[in-house]
Every structure is written in structure tokens, then in C-alpha cells.
Ligand binder design. Structure first.
Ligand code: GDP
Length: 451
């Protein structure tokens, strides 16, 4: 438990009807008493209306609701006080300044409330990360994933795995300590089989197509095609606003423009890239280079073709469609009829007119379905990793576990136990159960003040 008491504005910085200041630490209740002279500190978890005064001058700074959450049952595990003030800058600044003059109090650092909650055992690291994700969530599916994780869904999986590893370590170590007593062979086989099952579970969990990470960070789409194919027009249609410049002159989309969309609850980042063609203009060439690079890293490519390029699709564009991560759009269907296409080297082909809107609804429906498939696991599926940090630790655990299984009967129990310990430690790092000091700064650096 910390002996300092921290305070911060927990609500956002914007002018608002209500602002919430939060205090946590042993001096929280005394600080409240100092701001509300002559008044008793309210009962636990009961709101009370109070004048809040500057302890030095006695001047009333605001009237608001105050709440006490005594530790250890509070968010941080410490004594917590919340002040619900009028959310104007002068009120907030005045109360923050008054708090800063109370001995033993200091402004909180970024993420410090959640960090204290972790250090006091109120939540594990996956839950702490989920709180940051929940605050950052922009779409309904992101919110769902973060809430699930905040409730411990992911942490429980990892803790369950770690418990099974620890049980196996105990078994193997029993074999070391009591070698002469000949542990029954079938027990040994059962332990090994159980670990093989665990290795399979970890592999299946890792093999989720990075859906959890994609949902957290956004599905990346690249709009690709010749200049004037209609990419910008299409992007504007998707975005419902004039995000990219639409022009009659070829090659005006020189840089990469990003538009953030919510498609079926999944965050999508669409990059409109420069037209793919040979160009003598150095700036446009740079744009084309970036377009190609963008396409490499994209989760899905939208290849926009002018109907004149269908069905004889130029080779470079056709090559982009070939890797199974593309939708082909034959645009400008208003100018002349387009033969009913099926697919292009396995990539679905849709016909539309960005100008008249014909076929656009079907395209958006298809795109939404594809994007949801990339970012969401099926209904009822167990949650997957949501950060590269989880993935790396799990891969390390799986490698150590595989080594233990491979060497089970010939490497000797000491080495097998050591491999299992490595695996358990790697998984323990995800939830923060072991050697995490160096990790904490990295994780809590993502937070802003007041969380
Ligand atoms: P980009 O270079 O691929 O981004 O293409 P733009 O979106 O700038 O479009 C180039 C030109 O094609 C503009 O004049 C658009 O108005 C026009 N255009 C885009 N989509 C359609 C369409 O479906 N039908 C017709 N007739 N013209 C279109």
C-alpha cells in the first residue's frame, strides 16, 4: 500500500455539466474533511451534497456531491474519494489547486489509479489493459471485447493454464524427489497427456487469425486501383463526407488519406492510396510507392477497377487480387453494362456505380460481413489475445511446453521441470502474477491521467 494520496480529474478535460475528481490513498478522507469544514465525512458509498471550500481562505469553490469508497473494497484497494463538481475549468482548477496544497497529496501520474488497483490485487494486468481499451473503445464490438476482458474473461483462461502447468511441475518434481519410490507409470502418462492437451489449447488460442488484436486496433483496408477508377468517390460514399478530393484529373490523390469507419461495430481504417500506374511525376511516384506498401500491410484490399478494365484486368492489379485478401469492385457500371462476374482469381467481384449508388448497398453489406469475419470470433467462442504482448508470451510458453513434452522421457525430470517453469512464468507475465516490474511502466504508459 502506498503512503501517498493521489488525486486527478477522472472525467475528460472538456467543459461539461459535471466533472469528477478522484482521490486515492490513506489521506483521501482527511482531504475531504479539509475541503468540507464542519461537516462529517459521509457514510461509505453514500452521496452527500457539500460546499467545497478552499482550506486556506475558506472561500466556497463549488457545491457538489461527495462520495467515499473505503479500502480495501474500492477500485484501487485504498480509501477513495470522489468529488462530483460542476465541470467548468475555474471550478476544476480551483479544487485541484486546493487539493495540491494539502500535505501528503500530489497529482496522480498517468494510469496511477489503475496501477495501484493492480498492485493491490484488485485486478490483473489483462483487466488493467481492458480498462484502457474500454476508455478508448469507439465501436460497439470494441466495447464488448473490452468489457469481457475487464470482467476477467481473458485473465481467467491464462490463470487456468498457469495452474495446470504448476500442477504438472509439482508432479515432475515429485518424480525427482521420490525417484526410488517409483511413481506409477500411468500417472506419469496422464500428466504428459494433460500437458499435450494444454499445448493444443494454447495453439488454438493463438491461431485465431489475430481477431482480437484487429478488433482492438482496427481492420486496415487499402483502396487500390488506377487513377480515376473512382477510389476517392467510393471512399467519400463510405465515409459519408468529403474526406478525399475527387477530381477529373488523373493522379491527384498523391498521399495516403485515412478514414476511420464503423462497419457493423468493427473499427475500420480505410486508406485511399495514389493510383497505381507508372508516372514521371516524382511526387506521384512516391504516392504509388506508398500505395503498394500500404497494400502489403492491409488486412483487406479493395481493388477498384474502371469498367473499361473489366474483364481484361491489367496484370499488376490482377496480382494484387491473388492472395485471397481482396474484394474487386468494377466501378462506373452506369456507363455501360458489365457482364455478371464471379470472382477474379478467388477474390469476389462486385459491380457498382459510385456515381449513381447502384450496387453500393450490396457492396457495403458484403464489406461489413468480410470485416466482421476478420475481427470477430464466432458467437460463444472463447476470447483471443488482444495485444502483441499476450501473443509473444503465449508463443514463448508454447515453445517451452513443446520442449518439455519432446524431452519428457529422455531429457531427465530436472530439465523438463525447468521448461515447464519457463512456460508457467511466460503465462504468468500476461496476467502479472510474476516478475512484472519492468512490464508495468510499458503497460501503464498507455494510460492518461485520472485512470
Ligand atoms: P480515383 O482517382 O480513383 O480516386 O477516382 P475519383 O474518385 O477521383 O474519380 C475519378 C472520376 O471518375 C471523377 O470524375 C468521378 O466523378 C468519376 N467517377 C467515379 N465513380 C464513377 C461512377 O461510378 N460512374 C461514373 N460515370 N463516373 C464515376
Amino acid at each position: 500500500m502506498s503512503d501517498t494520496t493521489i488525486f486527478a480529474l477522472a472525467s475528460g478535460g472538456a467543459r461539461a455539466g459535471v466533472a469528477v475528481l478522484r482521490l486515492s490513498g490513506p489521506g483521501a478522507a482527511d482531504a475531504l474533511a479539509a475541503l468540507t469544514p464542519g461537516k462529517a465525512v459521509p457514510a461509505a458509498r453514500r452521496a452527500a451534497l457539500r460546499d467545497l471550500c478552499d482550506p486556506r481562505s475558506g472561500e466556497i469553490l463549488d457545491q457538489g456531491l461527495v462520495l467515499c469508497f473505503p479500502g480495501p473494497g474500492s477500485f484501487t484497494g485504498e480509501d477513495v474519494v470522489e468529488l462530483h463538481l460542476h465541470g467548468g475549468p475555474a471550478v476544476v482548477e480551483g479544487v485541484l489547486a486546493a487539493l495540491g496544497r494539502i500535505p501528503g497529496l500530489r497529482p496522480a501520474e498517468a494510469g496511477e489509479f489503475t496501477r495501484r488497483a493492480f498492485l493491490n490485487g484488485r485486478l490483473d494486468l489483462t483487466q488493467a489493459e481492458a480498462i484502457a481499451d474500454l476508455v478508448a473503445a469507439e465501436t460497439s464490438e470494441q466495447r464488448r471485447q473490452a468489457l469481457d476482458q475487464a470482467a476477467g474473461a481473458l485473465g481467467q483462461i491464462y490463470e487456468g493454464w498457469r495452474a495446470r502447468l504448476i500442477a504438472a511441475i509439482a508432479h515432475v518434481e515429485a518424480g525427482i524427489d521420490f525417484a526410488d519410490e517409483d511413481l506409477p507409470k500411468d500417472i506419469d502418462r496422464a500428466a504428459r497427456d494433460a500437458l499435450a492437451v494444454l499445448a493444443g489449447e494454447i495453439s488454438a488460442h493463438l491461431d485465431d487469425g489475430r481477431r482480437g488484436e484487429r478488433l482492438r486496433a482496427g481492420v486496415h483496408l487499402a483502396l487500390l486501383g488506377r487513377p480515376n477508377a473512382g477510389k476517392s468517390t467510393l471512399l467519400n460514399l463510405l465515409a459519408g463526407r468529403d474526406a478525399a478530393i475527387v477530381s477529373e484529373t488523373a493522379g491527384t490523390t498523391r498521399d495516403v488519406i485515412e478514414v476511420h469507419l464503423d462497419l457493423g461495430g468493427v473499427p475500420v481504417i480505410v486508406a485511399d492510396t495514389a493510383g497505381l500506374r507508372d508516372s514521371t511525376d516524382a511526387v506521384e511516384r512516391e504516392g504509388v510507392r506508398r500505395a503498394a506498401a500500404r497494400a502489403e500491410g492491409a488486412d483487406l484490399k479493395l481493388i477498384v477497377l474502371d469498367r473499361a478494365d473489366w474483364p481484361d484486368v491489367p496484370d499488376d492489379l490482377r496480382a494484387l487480387a491473388a492472395d485471397g485478401r481482396a474484394l474487386v469492385l468494377v466501378n462506373k457500371a452506369d456507363l455501360a453494362p458489365v457482364d455478371a462476374p464471379g470472382d477474379l482469381d478467388g477474390a469476389p467481384v462486385l459491380v457498382l456505380s459510385a456515381r449513381t449508388g447502384a450496387g453500393v448497398e450490396a457492396f457495403i453489406a458484403r464489406l461489413t460481413e468480410t470485416v466482421r469475419g476478420l475481427a470477430l470470433a464466432g458467437a460463444g467462442a472463447a476470447p483471443g489475445p488482444t495485444r502483441a504482448r499476450h501473443r509473444h508470451a503465449l508463443e514463448e510458453a508454447r515453445a517451452a511446453l513443446t520442449q518439455a513434452l519432446d524431452g519428457w522421457s529422455n531429457r531427465g525430470p530436472e530439465l523438463v521441470a525447468e521448461d515447464l517453469r519457463l512456460a508457467a512464468r511466460a503465462i504468468g507475465r500476461i496476467t502479472g502474477r510474476v516478475d512484472v516490474e519492468d512490464l508495468l511502466d510499458v503497460i501503464f504508459a498507455d494510460f492518461c491521467i485520472g485512470k
